[in-house]
Design a protein around this ligand. Structure first.
Ligand SMILES: C[S@@+](CC[C@H](N)C(=O)[O-])C[C@H]1O[C@@H](n2cnc3c(N)ncnc32)[C@H](O)[C@@H]1O
Length: 261
């Protein structure tokens, strides 16, 4: 299967319009306070959407990301902040399946479905192993992924999956129309979303592109088993960023884990 998520992160115009969902930010600030964490490692920091509110609230963040483009966007924002605040963020170009940072953290976070970019069990376990090496003794890990929705999965397994249309408008002039067709391979549990994206200015089509995004769908017990294999103990599980309990129909699986003694 072709791995082409890189396309999503290369074009920041597309990424920042389509993936800007600020409603999870209060969750991350709140949970970091509840866990009394100070030094945080964010895996897949992206353009710093979560890291910036965290450093603005007094936390220290080290963010790693595989995409130089995303890190450059984060760095250009960081540079324009007050020195006392910007010094609380360090950005590092690294792969989450294999990295070494010369310090340990009391919290590691993987936000916004980033863990779903890891498509194989080997990569998923390598990432958890790396995290364990970078956690303090009493440190926590939080991973935020989708909870599988069987209606969506069953449609994505049909021969002619439905097209799902999204419309994004910016001011009076600019519009993006995105049509998604998803296909789910039950043998790998990987979901491929093929999107046709049209950019309009003042009603005229100015650009059109085809984007493929592939993510692994984690079933709840699978997530728990992966954690157990790497000797993490599950502490709590939420079903969304409102701290609701995890249930069958929850949109998310947000797991909080700790290394076993
Ligand atoms: C959905 S974005 C999340 C960005 C940010 N955490 C947020 O919540 O807005 C996922 C990020 O993970 C990064 N990423 C994907 N695969 C990665 C890997 N193997 N190692 C490190 N970063 C990776 C992408 O470049 C992208 O910036």
């Amino acid at each position: 299967m072709k791995y082409s998520n890189d396309r999503v992160y290369r074009d920041l115009t597309y990424y920042q319009y389509v993936f800007n969902h600020p409603n999870d930010i209060p969750f991350w600030i709140n949970i970091t306070r509840r866990l009394s964490a100070k030094n945080i490692l964010e895996i897949g920091v992206g353009d710093g959407r979560i890291a910036f509110p965290l450093i603005e609230n007094g936390f220290f963040v080290t963010g790693i990301d595989i995409s130089e483009k995303m890190l450059a966007a984060a760095e250009s924002h960081r540079r324009n902040m007050k020195t006392t605040v910007r010094d609380r963020l360090e950005l590092i170009n690294a792969n989450m399946t294999n990295f070494k940072i010369s310090k340990k953290f009391d919290l590691v976070i993987i936000t916004s479905l980033t863990f779903q970019h890891l498509l194989t069990i080997d990569d998923q376990l390598s990432c958890l192993r790396m995290i364990k090496e970078h956690l303090c003794n009493e440190g926590f890990l939080i991973i935020d992924v989708f909870n599988p929705n069987f209606t969506i999965l069953s449609d994505a397994m049909s021969k002619y999956p439905k097209l799902v249309r999204y419309l994004y408008t910016f001011g009076n002039e600019k519009e993006i129309i995105r049509d998604d067709a998803s296909s789910f391979e039950s043998c790998t549990q990987n979901m491929e979303v093929q999107s046709t994206v049209e950019y309009y200015t003042a009603g005229h089509l100015v650009d059109k592109e085809f984007v493929i995004n592939i993510g692994h769908i984690f079933f709840p017990r699978e997530m728990e088993l992966l954690l157990r294999l790497e000797k993490f103990a599950l502490i709590e599980k939420f079903g969304d960023h409102d701290f609701s309990n995890f249930e069958s129909f929850s949109p998310r699986q947000i797991v909080i884990a700790k290394c076993k003694a």
